[in-house]
Design a protein around this ligand. Structure first.
Ligand code: PAF
Length: 279
């Protein structure tokens, strides 16, 4: 049976009890509105560790002014059921005041990696993510923490902060889970209406084609331009970026002689969709 705790002290008490009997712990941080992608993270953690703790916290610090904090899809009861059915042992579901008590004044910022791409279009986003993930890691001190490749830049930012701050945890990545037509599963897909939902897979189709072309020697910058045009022609209202980057540093590249990743962000109706694929 899965237990739910809402305070850091209860969370620590439960984890300490596991540690005392030598059990290993996996952490799966989420903001809820859970789908198959999240559940694949829980499955990964369960396969790798003896105990899995999931967290459900819609982190206000990673939403900017005018972002969808209030509208963000929430269904805590349904989420708890899904986590329990998937075999999670513990759910940490704090209120905002538990994570950010009055007087809270510390930020974790990953310079460089956190300032480009999503960091440029969503100022403060990665500082919000890095701060809350650092806190969750220090609150649970797990053996592993599991994140999806769907938020590829976020994954790299988290790996960087763990290295830089010497947090003793292994960050594990799980591949993107897609709908049958290729659309990457995401909580914000709920914002798409029927027409937009039909257009949405154009994103995956486009970046897959870009990846294939760059893999065959085409110019990354020309392909990025082509990808942007394809998305606009395909029905996306605006494109923040289509870009081919070094898969580890996210530096711009001139060719795919090292592992590379195509990343894209584009808006369709109320939804801003992001996706990425390996070259
Ligand atoms: O990917 C998410 O859902 C969030 O950014 C995370 C990692 C749970 C931090 O709030």
């Amino acid at each position: 049976m899965m237990n739910t705790v809402t305070t850091i002290s209860d969370l620590r008490r439960r984890i300490k009890a596991w540690r005392q009997t030598g059990e290993t712990v996996g952490l799966v941080p989420t903001m809820g509105a859970l789908h198959e992608g999240h559940l694949s993270l829980v499955r990964h953690s369960r396969a790798k560790t003896m105990r899995t703790c999931a967290t459900l916290f819609v982190n206000p610090m990673q939403f900017g002014l005018g972002d969808d904090l209030d509208a963000y899809p929430r269904d805590n009861a349904e989420d708890a059921l899904k986590l329990e059915n998937e075999g999670a042992d513990l759910l940490f579901q704090p209120v905002a005041g538990e994570i950010y008590p009055s007087g809270f004044a510390t930020e974790v910022s990953v310079r460089g990696l956190g300032d480009i791409l999503e960091g440029e279009f969503r100022p403060g986003f990665f500082t919000g993510v890095a701060t809350v993930v650092t806190k969750l890691l220090l609150q649970t001190l797990p053996d592993i923490a599991v994140f999806g490749e769907k938020d590829y830049q976020q994954l790299l930012v988290i790996r960087r902060l763990v290295r830089d701050l010497d947090i003793p945890v292994r960050i594990e990545a799980v591949a993107i889970v897609r709908e049958a037509d290729g659309l990457a599963m995401a909580s914000r897909n709920a914002y798409l209406n029927t027409t937009e939902r039909k257009i949405a897979p154009v994103l995956y189709g486009t970046i897959s084609q870009v990846a294939e072309n760059v893999g065959r020697g085409a110019s990354p910058s020309e392909q990025a331009e082509w990808g942007t045009e394809q998305l606009l022609r395909g029905g996306f209202a605006s494109v923040d970026y289509v870009t081919v980057r070094d898969a580890e540093t996210l530096d711009e590249i001139a060719d795919a002689s090292r592992p590379a990743r195509v990343l894209a962000a584009a808006t369709l109706g109320r939804a801003r969709l992001i996706d990425n694929v390996a070259v």
